[in-house]
Design a protein around this ligand. Structure first.
Ligand code: ADP
Ligand code: ZN
Length: 219
């Protein structure tokens, strides 16, 4: 069965890490709007610089820009399954996604809300490191690379994102609570919501996600 999923949940709950692992074990493509926007920011264009400044402040980038990036990706994918990691993040984006999926004749199977408490979030974000070359996510304590500062997969340099520094994390959490948390009720209303408690360690969280996915596949 081809799965089409949305991942919700606060920054640092592990959406990206879980999505990456599921894409290794299943035929799924991860669409991370954070990654797409960081690529845009790295271009150094006028638009890129604007995106970069917004991301470094902990606010959200313009709905229509993000939707356009997602629509392009979804068109490329055709019939493949996907995980939308970090999209939609506003009511407006959720409506835009409906429009895109209708146009493409596709349907979501579930919206998975990956939850973790504030203390866990701050601890995870402050220790997060990402590979500059392939984007793989590590954590200095919980998921350390074999060789300090180097990616296990490609040998790329690991770095800390500017928006993972403590003062920006606080703003990101506030932005999430105000703008994105309401989407939990939105997807609940559509009968698509699944909630995962991701406060524990990664192996346990993966097992819980797998159980939910098997439930969806066997329904
Ligand atoms: P996290 O989920 O840990 O916050 P991401 O890498 O997904 O990290 O996102 C980083 C930043 O990229 C966000 O704080 C926001 O500025 C921007 N961003 C990502 N996805 C969206 C989106 N769907 N809408 C608006 N801004 C977004
Ligand atoms: Zn790498």
């Amino acid at each position: 069965m081809v799965l089409r999923l949305v991942f919700l949940g606060p920054p640092g709950a592990g959406k990206g890490t879980i999505a990456q692992r599921l894409c290794d074990s299943r035929e799924l493509v991860q669409i991370s709007t954070g990654d797409l926007l960081r690529e845009e920011a790295a271009k150094g264009t006028e638009l890129g610089n604007k995106v970069k400044a917004i991301m470094e402040s902990g606010a959200y980038v313009d709905d229509s820009l993000v939707s356009e990036l997602v629509e392009n990706k979804l068109r490329e994918l055709g019939e493949k399954g996907f995980i939308l990691d970090g999209f939609p993040r506003t009511g407006e984006q959720a409506e835009m996604l409906e429009g895109i999926l209708n146009k493409l004749g596709l349907k979501l199977n579930a919206a998975i809300d990956i939850e973790a408490g504030d203390q866990t979030i701050v601890e995870r974000l402050s220790g997060r490191r990402s590979c500059r070359q392939c984007g793989k996510i590590y954590h200095v304590k919980n998921i350390p690379p074999k060789k300090e500062g180097k990616c296990d997969v490609c040998g790329g340099e690991l770095f800390q994102r500017d928006d993972d520094k403590p003062d920006v994390v606080k703003t990101r959490l506030e932005t999430y609570r105000e703008k994105t948390a309401p989407l939990i009720d939105y997807y609940k209303g559509k009968g698509l919501l699944k909630v995962i408690d991701a406060d524990g360690e990664i192996g346990e969280n993966m097992a819980n996600v797998e159980t939910e996915l098997e439930g969806i596949e066997n329904a």
